[in-house]
Design a protein around this ligand. Structure first.
Ligand SMILES: NC(=O)c1ccc[n+]([C@@H]2O[C@H](COP(=O)([O-])OP(=O)(O)OC[C@H]3O[C@@H](n4cnc5c(N)ncnc54)[C@H](OP(=O)(O)O)[C@@H]3O)[C@@H](O)[C@H]2O)c1
Length: 356
């Protein structure tokens, strides 16, 4: 008689907890040909945005944890990137609803990272595309215990009037930087109304590390401008999280979180806008230039200006307690001054040298 194999650390309470699918159990007749042929197969994650900054790091961690990853991919370059990480590229975009349905039906976990709103000139058109994609996935997984993790941001809540940390249940922003909460709310509604196991991860405004994302883009912009921009006096505090710590939270949430739960994903809530500006200024050897809010809006536009001086102190206490999540990576200031962003400085210096 064969037995099911439960890898170390896996529980049988939820089919999706275990990264190895159960093999067929023969009851009375000894090992069947199916048993003999069937090697335990890996539990599959289907991910949108898998080729992006955060998606590729989640992919790396997931594969290291024994998962198989299928990543939605729009172009050959993303196919290549996914293959190089050990993932399987699946051609399509968020409007390829049949692909989303097929992949969700064949996966144990679905992680949705692709953001069709932020760079869309019509944010609400992006929201409609996102909602249709989430609907296609949720219709497919309804009635199962498969988790769908959607991505949101900790900026959806209003800063605490006394400067304290906020939680996942703090009041929403009255004047949000964007309408991201609508996407989160649409997805979580599937949990509220139909019991689908949708979980929202609210990422810190600054996801950093591996020399990528916002800090790299800001460094490029500051290097072009010859100065580091700081809006008002830079005393506002923001939330940050290292990309590898964020990736670990996605995997823990997929394994442990319940339908309708929302988790802040931040490892620090104390870094000020001025500390960030000074850290970038010090490695780029550039001065920090202070702009009044209105001047900044006139020069850089409202989104960037609001982002740079937004107060955001979102606590991840819930993830520590319920998911057992523990951030382990270096803080953002250390990573800028003496970590992964030094290579970005070197590249920018190389460009300046080759331009002269
Ligand atoms: N990075 C941060 O600091 C930060 C902070 C807060 C929240 N977030 C959120 O976290 C998520 C991941 O961010 P990221 O920094 O990893 O983004 P990213 O590096 O820009 O990657 C975006 C990913 O989405 C895919 N994508 C874009 N439009 C798509 C579409 N129409 N259909 C299918 N796929 C599409 C891209 O695929 P291609 O390879 O085909 O282009 C890429 O894989 C996003 O929802 C973002 O808003 C990020």
């Amino acid at each position: 008689m064969t037995t099911t194999r439960t890898p170390k650390g896996c529980s049988n309470n939820r089919v999706n907890v275990c990264p190895i699918r159960r093999s067929y159990v023969s009851k009375n007749y000894g090992p069947s040909i199916t048993d003999i042929m069937a090697q335990p197969t890996k539990s599959r994650i289907f991910m949108t945005g898998a080729s992006g900054y955060l998606g590729s790091v989640i992919t790396e961690h997931a594969i290291a944890h024994g998962y198989e990853v299928h990543g939605l991919s729009r172009i050959e370059a993303s196919d290549e990137k996914l293959r190089s990480l050990g993932a399987v590229p699946v051609r399509g975009d968020l409007q390829a609803l049949d692909v989303l349905r097929h992949e969700s039906a064949n996966a144990e976990i679905i992680i949705h990272l692709a953001d069709v709103m932020t760079r869309n000139p019509d944010y609400h058109a992006g929201l409609r595309i996102d909602a249709a994609a989430v609907d296609a996935i949720c219709e497919t997984i309804q009635g199962t215990d498969k988790p769908l993790l959607v991505t949101s941001g900790s900026l959806v809540v209003e800063a605490d009037p006394n400067g304290e940390e906020t939680t996942e249940t703090s009041p929403l922003q009255k004047k949000p930087v964007n309408d991201r909460f609508k996407a989160e709310d649409h997805a979580i509604n599937w949990a509220r109304e139909k019991g689908v196991r949708v979980i929202a991860i609210r990422l810190a405004p600054y996801v950093y590390g591996r020399g990528g994302s916002g800090i790299r883009l800001f460094m490029q912009m500051h290097a072009r401008n010859g100065e580091v921009t700081c809006v008002e006096d830079g005393s506002t505090r923001t939330s940050t999280v290292h990309v590898d710590d964020a990736a670990r939270m996605y995997i823990l949430a997929a394994e442990k979180a319940s339908a309708g739960e929302v988790y802040n994903c931040t490892s620090s809530t104390d870094v000020t806008a001025l500390q960030l500006a000074e850290a970038m200024g010090s490695i780029l050897a550039l001065p920090v230039k202070f702009f009044k809010f209105d001047e900044a809006v006139a020069k850089f536009g409202p989104f960037f200006s609001k982002f740079l001086c937004a107060v955001n102190r979102a606590s991840s206490a819930k993830a520590f307690q319920r998911l057992g999540w523990q951030p382990r990576e270096p803080g953002i200031i250390d990573d800028i001054k003496s970590g992964s962003y030094l290579a970005v400085t070197e590249k920018l210096r190389g460009k300046q040298v080759s331009n002269t």
